[in-house]
Design a protein around this ligand. Structure first.
Ligand SMILES: [Zn+2]
Length: 241
């Protein structure tokens, strides 16, 4: 199977769904991790251009851990909108990856506009990638893939109800190793800007879902919801590990 996951910022996928991506890679799936923006405002100390370069390297190091392909779109951080340029780039990413399943943030308001835009662009691109007269470098794909939404850390406002729960106990350490690749965010951003430890947040989130599931031996879980706008893909949940 081929899997395409969209994240707005370089470490978003690690926060939300890399335990699942690692599981998919383990079962032999080909994984594409698409990062929409450079993440170049995530520092008090590093100039934007340099930070963009650093974060590109961190994202590549994370992808390398599970052998995923990195698709780096390079749009400006905090300025991701649905417009002609971004739409065509998302369509091209879908055509390049030719995914059987797409994962993206939900297109509903969470705490960051880029996340919403990323979700909405993925939502549009999954259908438009099949439309021949929307011309990009790669050819059209021949089917509309199902789209799963990966939920934001601290999804306590329940704007998106989780429906599917992936036990990532066996890949949790891999997920943390991937997350740790984003050193620039852990060392000089999370604590300084927000007074939080991102790793603890992610760990607690995955444990919270695991305790809600209550399955013996299950210590970490990532939660997803399925996009049920047309076209609904019957049996899509079987694509998740
Ligand atoms: Zn983000």
């Amino acid at each position: 199977m081929r899997v395409l996951a969209f994240g707005a910022h370089p470490d978003d996928l690690e926060e939300r769904c890399c335990g699942t991506l690692a599981k998919m890679a383990k079962r032999g799936d080909e994984i594409f991790m698409c990062v929409a923006t450079n993440g170049e405002i995530g520092s008090y100390n590093t100039p934007r251009e340099e930070l963009a370069r650093i974060r590109h390297g961190e994202a590549q190091a994370s992808c390398d851990i599970i052998g995923a392909h990195l698709i780096w779109l390079g749009f400006e951080d905090e300025m991701l909108f649905d417009n002609r340029e971004t739409r065509m780039a998302f369509i091209e990413a879908v055509r390049l990856a030719r995914p059987d399943v797409i994962i993206a943030p939900p297109p509903y308001k969470d705490y960051n506009q880029d996340h919403d835009a990323c979700g909405y662009l993925a939502f549009e691109a999954r259908i438009l990638a099949t439309v021949k007269l929307m011309e990009t470098e790669h050819p059209v794909i021949d089917h509309i893939p199902p789209l799963f939404y990966c939920l934001p850390v601290g999804n306590m406002s329940h704007k998106t109800d989780p429906q599917y729960f992936v036990d990532i106990t066996d890949t949790f350490e891999t997920k943390l190793a991937m997350f740790a690749c984003h050193k620039s965010q852990h060392e000089e951003w999370g604590g300084d800007a927000f007074g939080v430890d991102f790793t603890t947040m992610v760990r607690n989130d995955d444990k919270m879902y695991a305790s809600a599931c209550g399955t013996p031996g299950c210590e970490a879980v990532e939660a997803f919801s399925l996009c049920t706008d047309w076209p609904i893909i019957a049996g899509a949940h079987k694509l998740l590990p």
